[in-house]
Design a protein around this ligand. Structure first.
Ligand SMILES: Nc1nc2c(ncn2[C@@H]2O[C@H](COP(=O)(O)OP(=O)(O)OP(=O)(O)O)[C@@H](O)[C@H]2O)c(=O)[nH]1
Ligand SMILES: [Mg+2]
Length: 207
C-alpha cells in the first residue's frame, strides 16, 4: 500500500526472522474532528491481518480485563477501529479514542495510550473553537505516555480551513512538531498522515 518503499527493509527483516510486527496507532482529538472517518477510509478489515496477528487478537480478547472489553465493544459499535495489512510482516491497528467531551475519556485514554506505539492528534481545521480541546487532548495523552505523534489538520477540503502554519501559531506548537494537512475522506491523504506517524515510530530509538 505504501509507494514510498520506506518500510521495505524493515518488513523484509521482520519477515525473515518469522516475526510479523503489529503497530498500534491511536487517533485522538475533539468530537467531530474526523477520527472515525479517517479509520473507515483506511480500514481493510481484520480478515486481512496475518494469521499471527489474528491469533494475538483472539488471545487478547480472552485475557483482557472487563474495562478493556467494555472499551473494545464500545469502539467496535462505533466502527472506531480498523486493521491494515501493510505488508507480509507489518500489521497496523488503528484505534479511535473517545473525544474529551466523553465522561469516560480519561480511563479510555489510559488504556489506549498504554497499548499504543504512536498517536495521530486530529483536529477540524475549520473549527478554531475546538483547538483548546485539541491541545488538552495532546497534553493529556503525552502526559500518560510519551509516544511518537503527528498532528493531522483535517477537513482541508472545506472553505475556511486554516492552513498548517496558522494552526501551528494558534496552538503554539514548535517547528519540530509535524502538522500534516489532511482530508480524512480521501485515502491518499489519510495514508500520508499514517506514513508520517509510522516514520516517527520506526525511527524511534529502542526503549
Ligand atoms: N469535508 C470533510 N468532512 C469530513 C472530513 N473528515 C470528516 N468529515 C465529516 O465530519 C463529520 C465528523 O466526522 P467523524 O469522523 O464522525 O468525527 P469523529 O472525530 O469520529 O467524532 P466523534 O466520534 O464525535 O468524536 C462527519 O460528518 C464526517 O463526514 C474531511 O476531511 N472533510
Ligand atoms: Mg467518531
Amino acid at each position: 500500500m505504501f509507494d514510498s518503499g520506506r518500510f521495505d527493509s524493515y518488513s523484509d527483516f521482520a519477515y525473515n526472522v518469522g516475526m510479523a510486527r503489529t503497530i498500534n496507532i491511536t487517533i485522538a482529538g475533539p468530537s467531530g474532528a474526523g477520527k472515525t472517518t479517517f479509520i473507515r477510509t483506511l480500514d481493510q478489515g481484520v480478515a486481512t491481518l496475518s494469521a499471527q496477528a489474528r491469533l494475538k487478537h483472539e488471545h487478547w480478547l480472552q485475557s483482557a480485563n472487563p474495562e478493556e472489553i467494555a472499551e473494545y465493544n464500545h469502539r467496535r459499535e462505533k466502527a472506531d477501529f480498523g486493521a491494515i495489512r501493510a505488508s507480509d510482516a507489518l500489521n497496523i491497528w488503528l484505534y479511535g479514542s473517545l473525544a474529551p467531551s466523553h465522561v469516560r475519556h480519561l480511563l479510555a485514554w489510559e488504556i489506549l495510550s498504554m497499548g499504543s506505539d504512536g498517536t495521530i492528534f486530529m483536529l477540524d481545521s475549520t473549527r478554531p473553537d475546538t483547538f483548546n480541546m485539541a491541545l488538552y487532548t495532546m497534553r493529556t495523552f503525552q502526559k500518560m505516555a510519551r509516544l511518537p505523534f503527528v498532528v493531522a489538520a483535517n477537513k482541508q477540503d472545506l472553505p475556511g480551513a486554516l492552513g498548517v502554519e496558522e494552526i501551528r501559531r494558534r496552538l503554539g506548537l514548535p517547528e519540530g512538531v509535524v502538522i500534516d494537512p489532511c482530508v480524512s475522506t480521501d485515502k491518499k491523504s489519510a495514508q500520508h498522515v499514517l506514513v508520517e506517524v509510522l516514520t516517527r515510530i520506526v525511527k524511534r530509538p529502542a526503549r
